[in-house]
Design a protein around this ligand. Sequence first.
Ligand SMILES: Cc1ncc(COP(=O)(O)O)c(C=O)c1O
Length: 383
Amino acid sequence: MHLSDRALGNEVQLVRKLYDLSKAYDSVVDLTLGDPDIPTPPLIREAAERAMENNKTKYTANAGIPELREAISRDVAERTGIRYSADEITVTAGAMGALYLTSCVLLNPGDEIIVLEPHWPNYSAMVRMCGAVPRFVSFLGEENLRNLAENIRALVNGRTRAVIINSPSNPTGRVLPMKTLEEIAQIAEEADLTVITDEVYRTIVFDGSFRSMLEIPGMKERTVLIDSFSKRFSMTGFRVGFLCAPKEIALNAARLEENVNSCACQFAQIACTAALENAHALEKEISDIFERRCRAMARELQKSRRIRMEAPQSTFYLFPDITATGLSSEEFAYRLLREKQIALVPGNAFNKAGEGYIRIACTLPEEKLVSAAREIVEFADRE
Ligand SMILES: Cc1ncc(COP(=O)(O)O)c(C=O)c1O
């Protein structure tokens, strides 16, 4: 059978590999996937159920239902001061749908895109699915952050089309400071690049430090905002996300959507509209849970002689440095699974800048996380 280079070149991600391996154990503590255990708030579920009872189980416009696009427009305006019109918003099947359509709209085969690493591996996979080439720049650690602008400039050439940033970041849980956003904005302007800003974790920030690329004057015209309901309202399975972008990008994304998903699920879109009407209370409750969990787990990990764990800042991921154990990220993850039945993700799953780190998703109740953290410390500190 003949299979495409695209299919054959798409390797199984290490995140999935660890998740799959963990299933071989009966009582494993699984901290691999970014899928929170918190149930979807009842108000959102009930809105979906009502919508189904009212037969809202059909196709919608490619760009999504008008009520949801209006609610998104209000929500984005409230936090950034930037107002998008309905034709600058395309609702998609999750942020993944928004990222894939954006890649299809912006990239031709051979084009290049700059990705800040360590990064969520789907970015580079999607870019490659479009025949384009991801180029990586590390933002991990103070020195890399200080030299980021210089390192990005060194990669920009005539084929560079865009930069992808993800703040708050999966896997690092760090937020990009305004100074860094301004430097990236300046390069984008100089080199006529689009900035794709993936902000799906922006409501899960513990120190108020999050700033958006959109706040920088003039950036609305060259930015694609990617966002989602998945993490913010604990509704990953509803598969609804969106992009906000200059009209020609949003309209072309909606046209391509016709050939990919046609549209996002209708009753899920109605549930998302209800979620946005109650956004503040719902998202605060979820963010508070993650803050308590991340802080409790980080406190335990900080007791280790060999694990370096900074104070958590955002998301529900911890990304401690384990280089002092003398193990590679993968050795650490595979041995921990075998010896302690705790599954987490080696940092190199997020590209080479992540080597020497592990990613822990705080997607279990606090007591389970704390006892897993004690086991991880015992493992790391063992002679
Ligand atoms: C940074 C980042 N962006 C996007 C997504 C995908 O979100 P969605 O469920 O909306 O497709 C994820 C999921 O883990 C993520 O970590």
